[in-house]
Structures are given as C-alpha cells and as structure tokens.
Design a binder for this molecule. Structure first.
Ligand code: NAP
Length: 245
C-alpha cells in the first residue's frame, strides 16, 4: 500500500470543495475529486493537480441522487489506491423550498446529497477507512442554530448529517474519527439569487463583520483530520460567531 494519504472530497469541482481539494493536495494528500454536472471544472482541477505532482489526483463522476452511483463511486475510489484516509462529505444541494409549495422531488434531492449519500458512502468505504485509521469530516451548516423558514427540508437533511456525525463517531471509535464543520456565510449560493437585502442582513448578523473564506474551512478540515487525534463527534462552527446571536 502506498504511504501517501488519500482524500475523497465530494462535490469538489468548484467553490469550497475545489479549494479543499487543492489545500489537501498541497499538504501532501493524493485526492479524489468528485463531481456531478461540473465535469469540465473537475477535469481542469485534476489536470492542474497532476501537473504539480503526477499520479496524485483522479476525478470521478457520480450523481449522488442515484443509489447505484454511491456504490460505483466507492468502488472506483477503492480501485485507485486501495486506500482512503479522509472522506469529506461536502456535496450539497441548497435552495429554498417554501412551505406549501415543496415537492417530494425537491425533498428527495435535498436529502440525497446532504444526508443519504454521506451515510451510504461512509458505509461502503468503511473497510478502507478502518484500515487506515482514517477520518470522516461532514460539512454541515451553521444555519441549523437559527433555522430559516424557507429551508426546512435542507435544514432537516443537514440535521441528519449532524446526527450521523455524532452517531458514527461513537460507532466507529476508536478506529475512525468522525467530525463536522458548520460553515456560516462563505460564498453566496449559486443555485438561486439572494436579494441584496438578504445579503446585507446576513452580513450584519456576523460578529466578526465579514464573510468567511474557503481557507477558513480548509484550515479547520486539516486541523480535524491531522492535528486533532483526540477529537471525535464534534462539530466546529466556522461562522465568524454568527451562531451566537
Ligand atoms: N457557501 C456557503 O457559504 C456555505 C454556507 C454553509 C454551509 N455550506 C456547506 O459547505 C459545503 C460547500 O458549499 P458550496 O457553497 O461550495 O457548495 P455548492 O457549490 O452549493 O455545492 C457543491 C457541489 O455539490 C455538488 N452536488 C450537489 N448535489 C449533488 C448530487 N445530487 N450529486 C452529486 N453532487 C452534487 C455539486 O456538484 P456539480 O457542480 O458537479 O454538480 C456542487 O458543485 C456544502 O456542504 C454546503 O452546504 C456552504
């Protein structure tokens, strides 16, 4: 088995996930970039990382709404290095669903990426994670502290991910540590347009008076994965204090 640690980051073709992939790669990990629709971005990222260090990155496609794809992704990840040290459940669907007008399809889509896939992917990858005494880090959401009425299914799904984090930490100890990161406002959403007024209100509610950055998440991820051997089952809010209000 190769000595180099391997990380799989779901939803890592762009935005926060891509930053995490670059950061971990820079720290010496070989990385598996996962994508659904953003194939061009994922392959460009793979090529960029491969140029820095040959044979250090692959890009794998999977629609996490498809249960078959969970198995396939886990199989392909295993087949690459027969090793996995860090699974980052980052992929996420996020959009408002008004009470009274929410469809079952939206509900299922929000639960698939935010709760179901993290559970089943972890389950499929357990033998590898146990063999490496590895880590799972789930990317949750600081919004759960102050639920928003337009995001009920999303928040329910992320609450499931929070419960998964705590339950798995207990179940998988001492071999595998499982922690979570709850970001606050980092990047404005891509899937729908927030009004300028909503953006302003969000910013005013942050005690540290600025949005967070991908680097804030990446540093916390690295800390949890590599510098916190006695921490499991915890969720760190990286939100500039927004959850204190
Ligand atoms: N941005 C923020 O300020 C913020 C705040 C709080 C929490 N978070 C959390 O931080 C993480 C990263 O945030 P982000 O804003 O960078 O995420 P994002 O851009 O909204 O989504 C990340 C990726 O998730 C993938 N994805 C969504 N549904 C999928 C599915 N069914 N199957 C496979 N992939 C799927 C998409 O991949 P493709 O593009 O390849 O389809 C997308 O690029 C998320 O877990 C998010 O909930 C972010």
């Amino acid at each position: 088995m190769s000595e180099t640690q391997v990380a799989l980051i779901t939803g890592s073709a762009k935005r926060i996930g891509a930053f995490l992939a670059r950061y971990l790669h820079d720290k010496g990990y070989d990385v598996i970039v996962h994508y659904r629709h953003s194939g061009a971005e994922a392959k460009a990222l793979r090529d960029e990382l491969e140029q820095t260090r040959p044979h250090s990155c692959i890009a794998l496609h999977a629609d996490l709404g498809d249960p078959q794809a969970w198995v396939q992704l886990a199989e392909q990840a295993r087949g690459w290095r027969h090793r996995l040290d860090l699974l980052v459940n980052n992929a996420s669907s996020y959009y408002p669903t008004e009470l009274g007008n929410t469809s079952l399809e939206q509900w299922q889509d929000l639960f698939a990426s935010n709760a179901q896939a993290p559970f089943f992917l972890t389950q499929h990858l357990l033998p590898l994670l146990k063999a490496s005494q590895g880590n799972v880090v789930n990317i949750i959401d600081a919004m759960l502290q102050h639920p928003h009425p337009d995001f009920i299914p999303y928040q329910m799904a992320k609450s499931g991910l929070l419960t998964l984090t705590r339950s798995l930490a207990k179940t998988l100890a001492p071999e595998v540590r499982v922690n979570g990161i709850a970001p606050g406002a980092m990047l404005w959403p891509e899937g729908y347009d927030m009004t300028e007024e909503n953006k302003q209100t969000t910013l005013e509610e942050i005690p540290l008076q600025r949005m967070g950055s991908e680097l804030d998440i990446a540093r916390t991820l690295y800390f949890l994965a590599r510098e916190a051997p006695y921490i499991t089952g915890q969720v760190i809010a990286v939100d500039g204090g927004a959850s204190l209000r």
